[in-house]
Write a protein that binds this ligand. Structure first.
Ligand SMILES: NC(=O)c1ccc[n+]([C@@H]2O[C@H](COP(=O)([O-])OP(=O)(O)OC[C@H]3O[C@@H](n4cnc5c(N)ncnc54)[C@H](O)[C@@H]3O)[C@@H](O)[C@H]2O)c1
Length: 411
């Protein structure tokens, strides 16, 4: 295969501008690739633990070309400045490549994003017409940058939660709904559909249903394309899926887990809307039940009060703060508590995940793997499972699965 991998980003906000700035900064030797498994990780199942970059055909950072859609017109430089994640010194150091990335107009429907109104959108049209425009955007990006392969990463604002409907149950039903311009087909589903139709693997970093729907799973299978999702597992949920297995393995009871967050970036603003929060809440809530298996030990985990809150608190910007209070129960029923106070940087955690996801999904494509890449579950809050398989949430188990899949692909 020739080298250039075009990375089509849906959304040019905090995560994606931090991703691009980080890649450009690493390429120039200005910053290390901390937090990235693809760049620093090793294969632990063979002696000497070789670096993944030495034994797998992972695309080099020099061969990535970024493109994006956004509902705001700012180029990646201005978008990175307004995101407020990186220092001006860091942004200025990579100003030139950031300035070169101007987003294509986005597909927008305010029913799914009432709290953010962007001016840089495709003219009102039917979903079928938008699909054609997106397909043209993709074809011209590929042609302009002479890309051999493309990959799509969705990291746009969280859309209002919409349960799966009849039109999401099969590809025929989805295409009929699209042709009828049904509002059940969300903008993020449209991007995913067009990408898969154009032969492009798709990863979903948002908590919304896109490639996870049965309809788009069917399309991915038909097109023999790999997919991955959903919702980047960055901070609070990462630590939840590290700690909860330890409680279970030591047979400590969990009576309650109260998780709250404050953040003031645009994602926080979108999540302030109850519909968008509902999508995020569903993705964050699912992990404990799957790890603790209350049915197996109802006396320890049968009645957990698991609550999650996200507050939009402007002064904090991207520097999110999360608190967890865990009510534990020990020998003879004695209560204990564990408190976690995480002072994180949301997009600093998410950007290396986005990089890993796109490189490993492209690796899957090169290896002719298709359908949901369940071995990439360690990157996601709500990992895609194969049909009739359970979702694996425990981080250490996910890491073993990841390592063993890569072991099959060494060259
Ligand atoms: N930051 C994190 O740590 C983190 C962690 C897990 C998941 N996520 C998810 O990743 C996504 C992006 O997060 P972020 O912090 O970059 O948010 P952000 O608000 O900074 O950026 C999102 C961008 O998407 C754009 N957008 C919205 N609707 C669009 C559309 N229809 N088409 C094209 N662009 C559109 C917005 O204008 C914005 O620039 C969110 O769904 C978020 O929940 C983020």
């Amino acid at each position: 295969m020739t080298k250039k991998l075009g990375v089509l980003l849906v959304g040019l906000g905090s995560v994606n501008t931090t991703l691009i700035a980080g890649v450009e900064s690493i390429k120039r030797g200005l910053t290390p690739a901390t937090g990235s498994l693809s760049q620093l990780g090793r294969l632990e199942s063979i002696p000497d633990h070789p670096k993944l970059t030495d034994i797998l055909p992972l695309t080099s950072l020099d061969d990535l070309v970024f493109g994006a859609w956004d509902i705001f017109p700012d180029n990646a430089y201005h978008a990175a400045v307004s995101a407020g994640v990186l220092s001006s010194e860091m942004i200025e150091a990579v100003k030139e490549p950031l300035e070169a990335i101007t987003p294509m107009t986005g597909v927008y429907d305010n029913r799914f994003l009432p709290s953010v109104t962007g001016p840089h959108t495709k003219a009102p049209a039917t979903r079928a017409a938008w699909s054609e425009e997106l397909a043209k955007d993709i074809a011209s990006f590929k042609q302009q940058h002479q890309c051999e392969r493309l990959i799509m990463v969705i990291a746009a604002s969280t859309e209002a939660f919409q349960p799966l409907q009849d039109c999401h149950q099969s590809l025929d039903a989805f295409e009929a709904a699209l042709a009828e311009d049904s509002p059940s087909v969300t903008p993020l589903q449209l991007y995913s559909y067009v990408a898969l139709k154009s032969g492009i693997p798709v990863a979903n970093g948002t908590p919304n249903y896109t490639v996870e729907t049965p309809a788009l799973r069917e399309l991915a299978r038909q097109q023999q394309l790999p997919t991955a999702g959903s919702d980047f597992k960055t901070g609070q949920t990462l630590f939840k899926t590290v700690l909860a297995p330890a409680f279970k393995q030591r047979m400590l009871g969990v009576k309650g887990w109260f998780s709250t967050n404050i953040l003031g970036n645009r994602d926080g603003q979108a999540l302030h809307h109850p519909g968008s929060f509902e999508a995020k809440e569903k993705s964050k809530l699912s992990v404990l039940e799957s790890i603790l298996c209350p049915k197996e030990n109802p006396e320890l985990y049968g009645d957990i009060d698991h609550q999650i809150q996200i507050h939009y608190y402007k002064p904090r910007g991207d520097n999110k703060e999360a608190w967890d209070n865990i009510d534990l129960e020990g020998w003879m029923g004695y209560p204990m508590q564990l408190k976690i106070n995480l002072l994180a940087r949301d997009s600093i955690l998410a950007a290396p995940l986005a990089l890993d996801i796109l490189l490993f999904l492209d690796l899957a494509y090169q290896k002719n793997a298709s359908g949901p890449q369940d071995w990439m579950g360690l990157f996601f809050k709500s990992p895609m499972a194969l049909e009739n398989q359970r979702q694996v949430h425990a981080f250490s188990e996910q890491y073993q699965i990841f390592q063993s899949k890569l072991g099959e692909w060494i060259e």
